[in-house]
Design a protein around this ligand. Structure first.
Ligand code: HMG
Ligand code: MG
Length: 298
């Protein structure tokens, strides 16, 4: 039953972006820098460290420029940021960001609420971003939101996810991250989604990004791993949510993913005890309960 599981999994730590963008307490730039520097010592190879979006839309990310310039860049760790348009990309490049991400959706309503344009308009907007970044050797990740359900439209057809993913791949994104933005997916739906997306996306270019609103994330991750996925997004202490998806809670907690993987003999390169310590620090700084069950148990 578990014969397809990978030997190692790459975890993309998205806490400093997806986590902090939706926390009620806005951290100072210095606290974010300290937080990211601590995460850099844990063993992650990829950290999503900020977001170059409109500060009117997401005030929590307004200090991304200062943060990206001041963090200690650890060798072999790639620090990335969201860039929804050319303006975001230019700012990210000035701050020496090593990888950027465009973020689309499989739902028209969510696309409108999140980035103020239709899916088609978003793809037109992303094309020059991806081309310009690639011309400067900056890899671009492509997110697809609402892959297993939308806060405005409900069920989403797998074919719609596949179409947007294909468009992002064709324009030059090196990786697609499938976002269950509101955490409504369950393993059977996840299986259908991953099987369909693997028809067009090679498994080493496919990541999964589960929010844990309904407690389904670990089951869904395990399902994806059994189908050949080996790149997983998560946030330390289960921070955050999406500001344009009401009720969406944080990402699956990195500690919980790492605990599951290590105890199944799957390598991540992460030091779990150091990670737990970072999760405890950030939870107390934000004055919120630790969203990682493993973080609480250890
Ligand atoms: P707009 O209002 O349509 O854009 O917003 P605009 O081009 O008309 O610009 C309006 C103002 O924003 C102007 O300033 C621009 O200069 C400024 P003003 O003249 O009014 O003073 N502006 C910018 N400022 C800084 N950086 C920029 C930028 N672009 C324009 N890059 C826009 C369109 C995309 C900018 C806006 O809708 C936006 O910022 N949206 C961001 C939403 C967001 O960050 N959502 C959360 C991330 S997505 C997510 O969490 C899901 C994910 O985790 C996966 C999953 O879970 O599913 C990735
Ligand atoms: Mg997210």
């Amino acid at each position: 039953m578990f014969d397809m599981l990978p030997k190692s999994v790459q975890i993309v730590e998205v806490g400093p972006r997806d986590g902090l963008q939706n926390e009620k307490t806005s951290l100072s730039a210095q606290d974010k820098i300290t937080f990211i520097n601590q995460l850099s010592q844990v063993g992650f190879k990829r950290i999503e460290a900020g977001s170059f979006v409109s500060p009117k839309w997401v005030p929590q990310m307004a200090s991304s420029d200062e943060v990206m310039r001041a963090i200690e860049r650890v060798k072999d760790v790639r620090y990335s940021a969201l860039t929804p348009n050319m303006k975001g990309l230019e700012l990210a490049m000035q701050a020496n960001v090593q990888e950027v991400a465009v973020f689309g959706a499989a739902s028209q309503s969510f696309s409108q609420k999140n980035i103020n344009c239709s899916i088609e308009e978003s793809l037109e907007r992303f094309l020059p971003v991806v081309e310009h970044a690639k011309n400067h050797n900056i890899p671009v990740r492509g997110y697809v939101s609402c892959v297993l359900g939308c806060p405005y439209e409900g069920d989403i057809a797998v074919a719609d996810v596949k179409n947007v993913s294909k468009a992002l791949l064709d324009m030059g994104c090196y990786e697609i991250s499938l976002g269950d933005t509101i955490g409504v997916g369950t393993p059977i739906k996840t299986k259908a989604l991953i099987e369909t997306c693997l028809e067009i996306i090679p498994s080493d270019q496919l990541a999964v990004h589960f929010h844990d609103t309904y407690g389904q994330a670990l089951a869904n991750i395990l399902t994806a791993l059994q189908l050949g996925v080996h790149i997983v997004d998560s946030s330390v202490a289960g921070l955050g949510g999406c500001p344009y998806a009401k009720g969406a809670s944080g990402n699956v907690a990195s500690e919980d993913v790492v605990y599951m993987l290590h105890n199944m003999g799957i390598d991540t390169g992460i030091d779990l005890s150091k990670l737990v310590a970072v999760g405890k620090n950030i939870s107390s700084l934000l004055k919120r309960p630790n969203g990682s069950k493993v973080g609480v148990a250890l």
